[in-house]
Write a new protein. Structure first.
Length: 267
């Protein structure tokens, strides 16, 4: 039987302490509204992607069990936790209507035909996605000067690190089974990165921004400027390169120029 990488402990919504939110500190922060709202949409729609993965990996019972029993419940919990935060701070925001608009567009892209051609390559793509979520929540925690939001983002980040480790563990298994070479891994990484402009995060941000009306463009520009300063580029590069399994020296040589490219793209 295949081993899995999981944690035995997990947090609950009761531990968040929504009653302790410093609403006055955060309500005027359009940048935090966009980050929290976008993430709540994506996490709340994760059951759709889970169904695709379960179908794709149907013969791998242990991995399917983890997807059903651990990954999907945690992702949906993230969505509920973030939605609850939004409703405490911005009670007039119609989350249901905004989410419906997001999901109508997202569901057209979230289909099994969009998965990678092999299971191993799909797991590479999942590692890239989890790299994005880990660094997203790290940036959110860094930007959040409201303690409850900072704590929530930190909890979710820890979950995403665990998810990355599990997908990477599964990737190693399929890498051996499929005989994946580095060229195939690079191709999967490249395809996933190239899809960012039509990704769930881009769709979610557009639908979240609509709630800001005439402030939307200014709020997005301000958010991008903040992310350029606080996004953990070095961590993102290290995590993205890990499936290539480069020797330590080569990995370090690759990290610096790639990090410089990412920083230029963000400014």
């Amino acid at each position: 039987m295949e081993t899995t990488v999981v944690s035995t402990q997990h947090w609950s919504l009761d531990q968040i302490g929504y009653e302790r939110i410093d609403v006055a500190r955060v309500r005027s922060r359009d940048d935090l509204f966009l980050l929290v709202c976008s993430a709540s949409f994506i996490e709340s729609g994760s059951d759709t992607y889970t169904r695709n993965l379960i179908e794709y990996f149907a013969s791998d019972a242990d991995f399917v069990d983890w997807l059903q029993d651990r990954w999907e419940p945690e992702e949906l919990q993230h969505g509920r936790a973030l939605r609850n935060y939004l409703q405490h701070v911005w009670p007039d925001f119609d989350w249901d209507a905004a989410y419906a608009g997001f999901f109508a567009e997202y569901a057209q892209l979230c289909v099994i035909d969009e998965l990678e051609p092999t299971r191993g390559q799909e797991l590479v793509a999942r590692c890239i996605v989890e790299t994005g979520t880990t660094t997203y929540y790290q940036a959110l925690a860094a930007l959040a000067d409201e303690p409850v939001l900072h704590g929530l983002a930190s909890r979710i980040r820890a979950d995403e690190v665990g998810h990355y480790k599990q997908f990477y563990h599964q990737f190693l298994k399929y890498r051996e089974r499929e005989g994946l070479g580095r060229a195939q891994v690079v191709a999967a990484i490249w395809r996933r990165v190239a899809e960012l402009r039509r990704s769930d995060s881009d769709i979610a941000l557009r639908h979240a921004a609509r709630a800001l009306g005439g402030r939307a463009d200014t709020a997005r520009d301000h958010l991008y400027a903040l992310l350029a300063q606080r996004f953990p580029v070095d961590l993102a590069v290290r995590m993205a390169l890990k499936p290539l399994r480069l020797h330590t020296g080569l990995q370090r040589c690759a990290e610096r120029p790639l990090g410089a490219v990412v920083r230029r793209m963000m400014h």
